[in-house]
Design a binder for this molecule. Structure first.
Ligand code: HPA
Length: 306
């Protein structure tokens, strides 16, 4: 299993041969958010194990199934389960589904995830509409774009300004149900799989991040390389740990600002339970967005190097 163009093209051709209609929108479901696929009408479903060159999901809460149908009127592919660097996959393997779906006809990608909040104003059940990201693995050389560049995917040096489509961000903020208390912010992608220490959270806040998670950034980089339009939505499932000293006052962090509530996270089960609660509102948002996700005449727009 590799992440080459030929491998992705083979997966795309396999899907096209079986699908009644080519998908134009793709939705990646984060932890506990797989039920988003229930909104699809006329679904066709495939186990990842059937699809050539697709990796296997190893994480609880990620079903490992591709469901293709219509979201409202938009032909849409829903990935119930994604791949993470912490599973041992290479960055190129992590993005095989995104690349295969782009080659199968997708022009707009919605990336959802469950994330930890780094800000007190952003609590469990709230939605961060990703305005920008910090790709920590990518900055350290673990980007899916590292290695010989295949121009059939995209350019050697793709720009990442406005990687998350400004128009879709505005729409998501406007259409989000009020229960989600949606607001824009910066998502930082980390390698995982251990959750962050309080000191690491303080570092991430200093970097300007509002929410932290173990996914999304590699997929967004690959999607922009392909010229896809990207929307990123983080459902906050927990507050990442705050830092308190023995007498209860916060440790100062050189202007990092107020810290979130002290540690509440007990583990992955808690993340899954919180995600399932928020998923109902997220489904409503995606249905409201569907017509805009599949605007007629939308085509892939390649980002050029500055
Ligand atoms: N940290 C990293 N990833 C996560 C978290 C977190 O606190 N919550 C959900 N995914």
């Amino acid at each position: 299993m590799d992440g080459s163009y030929e491998a992705c093209a083979e997966a795309a051709a396999w899907l096209r041969a079986r699908l009644r209609e080519a998908p134009r929108v793709a939705l990646v479901c984060g932890s506990g958010l797989g039920a988003l696929a229930q909104e699809l009408s006329e679904p066709q479903s495939f186990d990842y194990a059937e699809i050539p060159h697709f990796p296997r999901s190893t994480v609880q809460g990620h079903a490992g199934r591709l469901v293709v149908g219509r979201l409202g009127s938009a032909p849409c592919a829903v990935l119930q389960g994604r791949f993470h660097l912490y599973e041992g996959y290479s960055p190129a393997q992590v993005v095989v589904p995104v690349r295969a779906l782009a080659l199968a006809g997708v022009h707009t990608l919605v990336l959802t995830n469950a994330a930890g909040s780094l800000r007190p104003q952003l609590g469990p059940g709230h939605l961060l509409v990703i305005r920008d990201h910090i790709d920590l693995p990518g900055l350290a050389g673990r980007s899916p774009l590292v290695g010989p560049n295949d121009e059939r995917f995209g350019p050697r040096f793709p720009a990442m300004t406005d990687a998350y489509d400004p128009g879709l961000r505005q729409l998501a903020l406007a259409l989000a149900p009020k229960e989600l208390r949606a607001r824009p912010g910066v998502y930082v992608g980390v390698g995982g799989p251990s959750y962050e220490t309080p000191a690491e959270c303080r570092l991430l806040r200093c970097l300007g991040a509002d929410a932290v998670g173990m996914s999304t950034v590699s997929e967004a980089a690959a999607a922009r390389h392909l010229g896809l339009r990207v929307l990123g939505l983080s459902l906050i499932t927990n507050s990442a740990p705050g830092d308190e000293d023995e007498d209860g006052s916060e440790v100062t962090a050189g202007g990092a600002g107020p810290e979130p509530h002290p540690a509440a996270l007990t583990g992955h089960e808690e993340v899954l339970a919180a995600a399932q609660e928020g998923a109902r509102h997220l489904r409503a948002l995606l249905l409201a967005l569907a017509p805009k996700l599949d605007e007629p005449g939308r085509s892939r727009t390649r980002p050029d190097a500055p």
